[in-house]
Design a protein around this ligand. Structure first.
Ligand SMILES: Cc1ncc(COP(=O)(O)O)c(C=O)c1O
Length: 427
């Protein structure tokens, strides 16, 4: 039976952005069973033995404790499990010299739901019928922002400027402050730092500048720190989290080995935290208490931050090094290819300037040689204007083995060479 859907029902049951591509990828993987495929599309983190062991140890500790029944047999507060909130407040106060209390922290059911609460609490229509925008100051950005607002017309993204180092075949996106507009019509601002899909890390100056533009209008700025220090610490360049009165510092334990437990964290102003907490009560009551209880142990002991620095970061940084050196050696020097500076996260972002076909067609060409990466055009949620650059990029996941990344990039280089060559000879 096909149910009749409301406008919101139709919109929310749509697959947006990368989810639509993932369907094609899953079907490709299924259809090519037995065939050798280099799947460099995944956003799912790998299971690292040391990280898995940490969560096993924390679970054993929880199972042996008297707390167990209270954790799993009872509902708790929507704000989150108190020992986890206290552990985070203490850790952040010590680490970053803050002065936060338990009232400044909210635990959500994964950080994706946190962006859904914020997008709809701060963005969309006011009681007076005015549209409050959700501003993404630097496009491309996390594809998941594309589906979070019940009123998609609220989402507005800004084209970046490009810092290009042509001889090195590298580039970096920067926010275009000549265009970025944050006004009384802005409901909130969101960006990821480090960024999925590009690996970009906005500088502290850029972050302060964005926060300062939003401050006069009391606009919350959500800094999506899903890959940031102190955990999972997937920054390959020096970076420190930025806090402030209108900043909501948003974290996720997913890339620190707990994606299955759905734990997001937001640190910020008490009144904003309360709004998000009430939203969460209405949507889903609270996040898994089991996950929260083991996270409390890993943070309280300092083990999570240590493993993030000693294991998680170097693991993915090495993958980026393999990818970068393979491309440098294999890509023809005369092609206009540019790798985004690998400053963090678990992806590489490749720009093929003047690509003589769309990113989607290039993705199909790659599939023919057994390589799967994600066409970049899915990572520009909220960017209304046409921009050819949108169809010239590719996201490559660092979750493959070294050998998969190396072979995948060698094949990609060959495909790129052929594609540009075919275009010049007009075939
Ligand atoms: C930048 C970014 N933000 C948020 C999320 C959502 O993560 P979760 O809901 O698991 O916390 C992801 C997941 O890949 C991400 O890459």
């Amino acid at each position: 039976m096909k149910p009749a859907l409301t406008k919101i029902g139709a919109q929310m049951s749509n697959l947006t952005g990368v989810r639509a591509i993932m369907k094609d990828i899953v079907e490709t993987l299924r259809a090519s069973a037995g065939q050798e495929l280099y799947n460099l599309s995944a956003g799912n983190p790998l299971i690292l033995p040391e990280v898995e062991q940490l969560w096993r140890d924390c679970t054993a500790d929880l199972l042996a404790s008297e707390e167990y029944g209270e954790v799993v047999c009872r509902y708790g507060s929507s704000q989150g499990y108190a020992p986890l909130i206290n552990a985070i407040a203490k850790d952040f106060n010590q680490r970053y010299g803050l002065n936060i209390t338990d009232r400044n922290v909210l635990i959500t059911a994964g950080s994706q739901s946190l962006y859904f609460y914020a997008a709809n609490a701060f963005g969309g229509y006011t009681v007076d019928g005015d549209l409050k925008q959700i501003v993404l100051p630097l496009s491309p950005d996390y594809t998941g922002y594309g589906g979070v607002c019940l009123f998609p017309e609220a989402l507005v993204a800004y084209k970046p400027t490009l810092d290009i180092d042509a001889p090195a075949h590298r580039f970096k996106y920067r926010p275009d402050f000549t265009q970025l507009s944050i006004t009384e019509q802005t409901g909130c601002v969101i960006f990821s730092r480090p960024c999925n899909p590009t690996g970009n890390v906005l500088t502290n100056d850029e972050v302060h500048k964005i926060a300062a533009l939003a401050a006069p209008y009391n606009v919350p700025v959500l800094i999506d720190s899903a890959y940031a220090p102190p955990f999972p610490a997937l920054n390959f360049t020096e970076m420190t989290p930025v806090f402030g009165e209108n900043i909501l510092h948003c974290m996720s334990l997913s890339k620190a080995g707990l994606p299955g437990e759905r734990i997001g964290v937001v640190i910020g102003d008490e009144q904003q935290i309360q709004v998000l907490e009430s939203f969460q009560t209405n949507v889903g009551i609270h996040s898994s208490r089991y996950g929260q209880a083991i996270a409390a142990r890993a943070i309280e002991s300092g083990a999570l931050a240590n493993i993030a620095e000693a294991v998680i970061r170097p693991f993915y940084q090495k993958k980026f090094d393999v990818l970068e050196s393979t491309l440098d050696a294999a890509m023809p020097k005369d092609l206009p290819w540019f790798l985004h500076r690998g400053e963090g996260a678990i992806f590489a972002w490749l720009w093929l300037q003047d690509l003589p076909m769309t990113d989607w067609e290039f993705y199909q060409e790659l599939k023919k040689v057994g390589v799967i990466a994600v066409p970049g055009s899915t990572f520009f949620p909220g960017l209304q204007e046409e921009w050819e650059h949108k169809h010239q990029c590719l996201r490559i996941s660092l979750t493959g083995s070294d050998q998969e990344i190396e072979t995948g990039m060698l094949r990609l280089a060959k495909v790129a060479e052929q594609v540009y060559q075919r275009a010049t000879v007009g075939v």
